[in-house]
Design a protein around this ligand. Structure first.
Ligand code: NAD
Length: 353
């Protein structure tokens, strides 16, 4: 299990340090984990002038999986676009062809009061959104702004090829197999031909997965159902643009940005694993950041890249027990609850692992 560890900027090094402690503990228990460290984002710009240096690309290409903290910070906001830390993130996703973005939205019952929805609607929520990440209207050609008949027009192209739909559909069915075996595919086939093809192909792929129950939903209804009754979903799969919107909606149902991991996978389940939050410069270096999203990213890595469900479950159970014991970092604490720092939260997870 060769891992590239890219801590990045802001709170990145603090939260990744806690996730590395978990990896070291699993290694001591016999998992064949090898860690190598590299630079990405602002720290890479400081050291090399590039947000995604060649040495990092080599390291990431040779690894089986990449653990990333976060990138960015006010220090870099005035840099030209190609040198911005966020460019490092886009480059690594593109260069490694990480086309499948997996974003769980999990709400631990102990944290249900962090959600803006009623307790009964969200307590125990556990959804996985599988979003296609490298195609669709965000990349389709032609695109642009033109003058036509003397008027300005703006246009983009929504386009998916059969192979792009096939590969994301397989990722989604396989992910569903590792969960409750229910997959809902989201499209807008009543209006958009591109998504009619999406539905047709997902329906064909479903025949390879008779153990997974497939359903289809129009995106407008899906947006509504996510706030009406989100617990009806297990895994949702959709294209780049619909997924962009629905995954943010779903993650915000949980109200706790410091708790949510993500994965971006290529065709061979090599993956980049990272918390969904940013580098939180406002709390960097203060031992205030919640490391749980990053530690949960390690659990996702073990499940999706290494097929090591047992270790993934072990990490998730340790975190559940930590939360049940009442331990909270500041971002997830209710008023009057005692609060612990980043390192103490790491200590607690390790002791329950
Ligand atoms: P952010 O996610 O960094 O922070 C938003 C708020 O959430 C802040 O108040 C922050 O303190 C809090 N927060 C975030 N993570 C937390 C954690 N683990 N524990 C406790 N509190 C946490 O978003 P932002 O402030 O909009 O962006 C800050 C920087 O991060 C920017 O430079 C942005 O470009 C970058 N960014 C990077 C990524 C990434 O690396 N994937 C994603 C989003 C934003």
């Amino acid at each position: 299990m060769k891992l590239a560890v890219l801590a990045g900027d802001g709170i990145g090094p603090e939260i990744v340090a806690q996730a590395v402690r978990v990896l070291e503990a699993l290694k001591a228990d016999g998992l064949p984990i090898e860690l190598e460290y590299g630079l990405i984002g602002g720290c890479a710009v400081d050291a090399t002038g590039e947000p995604y240096p060649e040495a990092t690309h080599r390291l990431a290409s040779q690894a089986d999986a990449i653990l990333l903290g976060a990138v960015g910070g006010p220090k870099y906001d005035a840099l030209p676009r190609h040198q911005r830390p966020e460019r490092g993130l886009l480059s690594i996703r593109k260069e490694l062809n990480l086309f499948a973005n997996l974003r769980p939205a999990i709400l631990y019952p102990e944290l249900a009061s962090a959600s803006s929805l009623k307790y009964d609607v969200v307590a125990g929520l556990d959804i996985l959104i599988v979003r296609e990440l490298t195609g669709d209207i965000y990349f389709g050609e032609p695109r642009g702004i033109d003058i036509r008949d003397g008027h300005r027009v703006g246009f983009n192209t929504m386009i998916y090829s059969e192979s792009e739909i096939l590969r994301i559909a397989h990722v989604a069915f396989q992910a569903a197999r590792k969960r409750q075996k229910k997959l809902c595919s989201i499209d807008k086939m009543n209006v958009l031909e591109c998504t009619q093809l999406w539905r047709d192909i997902v329906t064909e792929v479903a025949k390879d997965y008779p153990d997974v129950t497939i359903s289809h939903m129009l995106v407008d209804n899906a947006a509504m159902q996510l706030v009406r009754n989100p617990k009806q979903f297990d895994v949702m799969v959709t294209g780049n643009m619909f997924g962009d919107i629905l995954s943010d909606e779903a993650s915000m149902l949980t109200g706790s940005i410091g708790m949510l991991p993500s994965a971006s996978l290529d065709q061979n389940n090599k993956g980049l694993y990272e918390p969904i939050h940013g580098s939180a410069p406002d709390i960097a270096g203060k031992d205030l950041a919640n490391p749980l999203a990053t530690i949960l990213s390690v659990a996702m890595m073990l499940r999706y890249t290494f097929n090591h469900e047992e270790s993934a479950y072990r990490i998730e159970q340790a975190i559940r027990k930590v939360l049940a014991s009442g331990l909270r970092t500041k971002d997830i604490a209710e008023p009057n609850m005692p609060v612990v720092g980043t390192k103490a939260m790491g200590d607690a997870v390790l002791s329950l692992l």
